[in-house]
Design a protein around this ligand. Sequence first.
Ligand code: ATP
Ligand code: MG
Length: 457
Amino acid sequence: AYPVPDYGLRVLHALEDASFEAWVVGGWVRDALLGAPMHDIDVTTSAPWQETERVLRAAGIEVHETGTAHGTVTAVIDGQPVEVTTYRVEGTYSDRRHPDEVRFVRDVREDLARRDFTVNAMAYHPDRGLLDLFGGREDLARGLVRAVGDPYRRFEEDALRVLRAVRFACRLGFEVEPRTQAALVACAPELDDIARERVGQEMDGVVASGRVSWALRNEFAVLARAVPALMPMRGLDQRSPYHAYDLLEHTARVCAGVEAFAGGVPTQALRWAALLHDAGKPMCASVDENGRGHFRDHQRAGAVLCKDALLGLALPHEVAGRAAALVRYHDRHLSASPAGVRRLLRRLDQARPGEAPTLAYQLLDLQRADAIAKARPYAQRAVELGAFEQALSAELLHGAAFRVRDLAVGGGDVMRELGIAPGPEVGNALSALLDDVIYGRVENSREALLAWLREKE
Ligand code: ATP
Ligand code: MG
């Protein structure tokens, strides 16, 4: 028996007291069988959604009409949402994008048959037990993602399932069953027809799973359809003694490295940055007369590609901006001198105002992963990065100035001391002053800065 929480039971009982049938279904059942943490409860029921709404409200439950076109309403009990959907199947799929229509059905079996994967197509009821028509429990035990029914047909109906298969394999640490895998590769190009924000949401889930390195190695055809900037990475020889792998395998290693040792849980921006850190390399590649590879300005190009890729997938602007800032500086030499640290903080603050300290630590994680992913042991580099981390912490602890507004003097002081009028000159003078502080030529105190200005004038 699996412990359906009270708020789920209340929904089931309210529907059953009105002589409808209801089951818990989908992700909750899968995670319960796995012994994994369970989250939202989805309920599937014989009741038409109008009846669901009426019956639940009569039981004193708050109900929202969240997707009535698909037969879905959402009950909220003690702040917990429970999605309740009428048994349904999808109609014909003429354009492979949207089910043309949903058709409500009488039998829960039909509803389960329209679901994507066997592990997602089980229903559970506290009295009637598990309803597992497609061997979902066995696939859970074997660690397999398998399409319900004919995989080619199912992926043709809705190509998003191609990416969902990869997301569930990543998230659960599963393999894709061989026939499902063959169909998935064949149907991956049809992902192009799917709305970008739906692709973005599933792809973001792949990245969040922490196993994107597995997906790069095993499901590249799918990932490169979802994120075309990845495509030229495969087979790109970096022609350097530090890179024994092509760019794709290198990237997989960096992604795994970020997961392994970014302190705590890596941010989503850092994960995306790891995936796309070298995205600028293919377009910037050249080979010199000695056969060595060069990638002039690839960080700048990569940052643009990264931002475009994430915005193209309708991911949040902040995530895209942060990931791009990390890509922009991922190859920058991190100097552990106080001036070096402050210079980097100033750059990061210009890219993402107010976020420089957190971005600096994420950049450090990215650089560590990048260094370790290279073929040669990078002991020296790790020592340098350790020194940088200490210097960064020290600068932040004593409140080092790296923005104009951190200066102990302001625009008024500058105008007075230099005898200049309001205008762009004031800003220039302040940023020159910030330079002087960053490089340690003058201390950031009011007296010292005023004396320094007088001297200059
Ligand atoms: P998660 O924990 O990631 O939310 P989930 O299983 O709840 O996992 P959802 O995307 O929330 O996944 O979908 C809920 C259920 O709806 C799935 O378990 C599956 O049965 C069904 N489903 C969702 N999307 C599709 C789809 N594109 N094709 C077929 N069935 C789907
Ligand atoms: Mg869900």
